[in-house]
Design a protein around this ligand. Structure first.
Ligand SMILES: [Zn+2]
Length: 130
């Protein structure tokens, strides 16, 4: 079923910066500032590394040199796990994602079929119609 895009909020709960990735020039300056070390575990970078956000982009962190840091590949995978979970919860509570939003989009309701109240069970175990 195709979701009705008219009821999806126009803006996310957090206003995200327009740019997510650091430019080559920004990366060079971030690396120079870190003097070639991982900003998280302080190990020397010999090969590949990642320019990461100090304040995660998903929760409104800007892609500027001051908010950038050098992350070795070992550290890069472990950052912002809590932030990502917080952002996901914020989206859920804002009604953008999750079961409640999905049900609102689809118009479906979770409803119990209930009990058959036309029957009555006696103490003896005998069932009779009301
Ligand atoms: Zn590291």
């Amino acid at each position: 079923m195709k979701p009705d895009i008219t009821i999806i909020p126009e803006r996310p709960a957090v206003e995200l910066g327009p740019v997510r990735c650091f430019s080559s020039r920004q990366k060079a300056q971030i690396f120079k500032r870190a003097k070639g070390f991982c900003d998280l575990c302080r190990s020397k970078i010999f090969g590949r590394w990642v320019a990461g956000h100090v304040l995660a982009h998903s929760i409104g962190g800007r892609t500027v040199i001051d908010n950038g840091r050098v992350e070795c590949l070992k550290c890069a995978g472990q950052t912002h796990i809590d932030d990502t979970m917080t952002a996901a919860k914020a989206r859920r509570l804002a009604g953008m994602t999750g079961q409640t939003a999905r049900r609102a989009r689809n118009g479906s309701k979770m409803k119990s079929r209930g009990f058959d109240k036309s029957l009555k069970k006696k103490f003896s175990g005998e069932v009779e119609r009301k």
